[in-house]
Each structure stands twice: as C-alpha cells, then as structure tokens.
Design a protein around this ligand. Structure first.
Ligand SMILES: [Zn+2]
Length: 455
C-alpha cells in the first residue's frame, strides 16, 4: 500500500511500526462554532482511510482530538458572554451530531486538551530542561533555533517562517519565529503551572495528546493542508525535541475546499455548515460528493456538483435494485482493480470508476437474465463500497427517498391508476401518471405490477 507523505513529498510504501497495526492521529475540531463542509471533507477522508485500512486487515488505533482551549474559543465566549466550557460543550455536541449524520465512524479515543493539562505541562517542562524552550514574562516559548530540522515539513526557510507583517513582533520572543507553549492567563480557562496561572498554546496540545495516546513514535499523523504550517511543523519540533522518538512517520494532508471557486469565509457570506448542506441533500449524497475527489486535491463545492453526485448514486443504486446481495466476497477482476486503486494513496475517484464498471456489467447481466451473476456482482459492489461509506442502504428505499408525497398517498394513486386502466379510462390513468411526475415520482410498469422511484 502506498501513501503520499508530505514530509518527503513522495508516495511511499506503508511500513508500520508494528506488524498489521496502524497508529493514527488526526487533528480534530477547535470547538467554537458549528462544523462546516470543509471540516466534513477532511474528516470524511480520514474516515474512509481508517475504514479501508481496517478492511485491508490492519488494526487501526484512530485518535481524533478535540481542541477545547484556544484563543478563538476564549474570544468567542467573551463575545457571547458565556463560560468557555459551556461554549465548547455545546459545539462538541453539535459536532458529534453532524459527524454522526454523515455516517462517520467514531475515533477510538477523542482526547480533549482540557483533560490533558498535566501531560502538556510535563512536556513543556521537558522542553525547558533540554534547552528547547524558555520562560519570558510568565509565558513559555519554543526556541525554533534549537531544532535544526525546523521548516522541513513545510519546506520553508527561516525568513518565510517569520510572522507576517500584520502580526506584531513580540518583544518577549528571542526569535520572531519562536512560538508560545504556555500563555499567562489570570481568569477564564486557566490552570496553575510552574510558570504561574495560564493556558497551553494550541500546538503543544496536539503533541501531548498524540504521544499520550500512541507513544513517542506512531505511524500516521493527519489533518487539513492548512495545518501543515505552522501547526504541524511546530508539533514535530516540540515532539522530536522532547523525546527520543521519531513522532509520526507519515504526514497526510487533505486538500482545501472552495465554494463556487471562492475561499469559504464568514466575510464572503458563503460559509456552509454541515447542517445547512443536509437541508437540501441527503447525507449519503453529501458524503459521496465530498469523497469523490482525491483526498489531496483541492475541491470545489457547488450545487451542480451535488446534483451530479446524486445522479451518480442513483445510477449505482438502480443497478443494485432487484439484486440479492450476499456478504461474502470472491475476488474478481473488479475487486482486484478496486484494491489497486485504493492501495495507490487511496485513489477514490479510481475506485468509484470501478463501481461504475460493475454497475454497467450488472445492467447487462440483468438484461440477458443472468441473475445469479448479477447478484454476485451486486454483492461485490456493496462490499467494495463499504469502506467508502456509500451504497449500504436498501436500493428500493434509497430510490424512494426525497419525495414530498407520503408513501401511502402514492400507493393509493397507483391503485387508482390500475383500476382506471382496467376500466380502459386512459385519460384518468395518464392524469395520475402526470400528477406523480410533476412531484418527481416515476412509475415503472412491469409484469409484476407497478413500482415507483424518485425522479
Ligand atoms: Zn493538531
């Protein structure tokens, strides 16, 4: 299996520290607002990566943290005049609700920064002891000069890593690229420490939580590409300077999501929460859409894209409709091709193309009445789609979702139409069909009777 490693800029063969076990840490949410579709994309990509690794026989320790102490949280709670802990617990619940709606699996551990303050303080003490950090005015800073590899992940030189012009040069730092490990704070979210009352910096939280859960060396560290610098660069510096471990072997980053070709931001008023998106499209359509680009590629969110995703899913479910699925997989040319795609840095677009090839074959087999073979391929399709988190519904049910008319009303109209046709009242029968079509309901007549689906 090959994985693109941001650290080396190359696709590399996955070699885990322990046989058949992947230890993986993904930077989770900073909980001060509702999750948006950019978060959905990132965490869905890691969700399918974990599922696929598991389906390939690996045991995966999947850790996804919660950042519940951070400047943004403190600012927002001041703005809303509520306790920071009340703000974070509200948005943690909201996040769990959204991620469950998208069918994400739960991480094996979901550590919170506020519950790891002791290990964070210990880590900072170690860095000071080893000469990698210093105290200045009750704040503690990491000294970037003390780590020769600083800038390796993001491939930046020292000058590029200086804070931008709009950031005030902090006179407490020895070097402008030094970053805070512990910040003095008198009230609100604050804990006692050897340097006085304060709170941790964001970067040190992830170093502490990942190593607490997985040890000094683990296999995969992931996050959105926007975290590469400075967050992940700083995590590497802190972690490697405090231990003899190697920290993470592979660094995986998901590409950015834009909306109608623009960056998503509150000021542009194009900020789409997961809850908003799910008002217009089902969770499976949203999920399919967000995983359908390669996880590293930039992706554009648009209504057209979602409509296309819906019609793609409709096509796949239509092929499955009427087939009997047995959940054992005999290897065949499709499953081999699918694995080849997924083993090549999780090439989901390639894997989806295989599902479409299977759908075409099923349709041909159904036409020529080779139902056993069709059933076999339908089973292959459902099993291969499982790690992607799609095509796990009953096709009939899926193809009926999203219509506005209640099912019993549709059934009674269909019965009325049958009666009209028996009485050769074709005017009424056509009228009923048209009425249903106007409500996006398609009737399908066959020897077994009339069934219906969403248009
Ligand atoms: Zn992090």
């Amino acid at each position: 299996m090959k994985i693109y490693n941001t650290l080396t800029g190359k696709k590399e063969t996955l070699e885990t520290l322990e046989p058949n076990r992947v230890k993986m840490y993904v930077c989770g949410m900073t909980v001060y607002d509702h999750t948006h579709i950019g978060h959905a994309r990132t965490f869905l990509c890691f969700d399918l990566i974990v599922r696929y690794l598991r389906s390939s026989g690996f045991t995966v320790d999947y850790i996804r943290n919660i950042t519940d102490v951070d400047d943004k949280i403190i600012d927002r709670s001041k703005e809303l005049n509520i306790e920071a802990m009340n703000l974070t617990s509200k948005y943690i619940d909201s996040m769990h609700h959204d991620f469950n709606s998208l069918g994400m699996i739960n991480p094996d551990q979901e550590p919170k920064a506020t519950e790891n303050i002791i290990s964070i303080i210990k880590l900072i003490e170690k860095l000071i002891e080893k000469g990698h950090a210093y105290v200045s005015e009750s704040d503690v800073y990491f000294s970037t000069d003390s780590f020769a590899e600083y800038g390796r992940l993001s491939r930046r030189n020292t000058e590029e890593m200086l804070p931008g012009a709009r950031v005030d040069i902090n006179k407490d730092k020895l070097n402008p690229s030094d970053f805070v490990l512990w910040k003095k704070a008198e009230q609100g979210l604050a804990w006692d420490s050897p340097w006085g009352k304060g709170r941790p910096g964001w970067h040190i939280e992830c170093s502490a939580m990942s190593m607490e859960a997985l040890g000094e060396s683990f296999d995969i560290h992931g996050g959105g590409i926007d975290l590469k610098f400075p967050h992940h660069e700083n995590e590497i510096a802190q972690s490697k300077c405090s231990t003899n471990g190697n920290f993470a072997t592979y660094w995986m980053h998901t590409g950015p999501l834009r909306i109608d070709q623009e960056k998503m931001s509150k000021s542009l008023d194009n900020f789409i929460t997961i809850k908003d998106a799910l008002k217009s499209f089902s969770s499976e359509v949203l999920r399919y859409f967000l995983i359908s680009s390669h996880y590293r590629s930039p992706m554009n969110y648009s209504i057209d894209g979602l409509v296309e995703a819906q019609s793609s899913l409709d096509r796949l479910y239509t092929a499955l409709k009427g087939c009997e699925v047995q959940l054992d997989l005999d290897e065949n040319k499709f499953s081999i091709k699918y694995k080849e795609m997924m083993n090549d840095d999780f090439n989901v677009p390639g894997a989806l193309a295989v599902l479409f090839d299977i759908a075409s074959s099923i349709n041909l087999l159904k036409e020529s009445n080779q139902l056993d073979e069709a059933n076999q391929l339908a089973s292959t399709m459902v099993l291969l789609a499982e790690p992607l988190g799609v095509l796990q519904q009953d096709p009939e049910q899926y193809l009926k979702t999203g219509v506005k008319l209640p099912e019993d009303k549709i059934d009674s109209l269909i019965n009325e139409r049958v009666l009209a046709r028996t009485n050769k009242d074709f005017e009424r029968s056509d009228q009923i069909r048209d009425e249903l079509v106007s409500m996006d309901i398609i009737l399908e007549d066959s020897a077994e009777g009339t069934s219906w689906r969403r248009k």
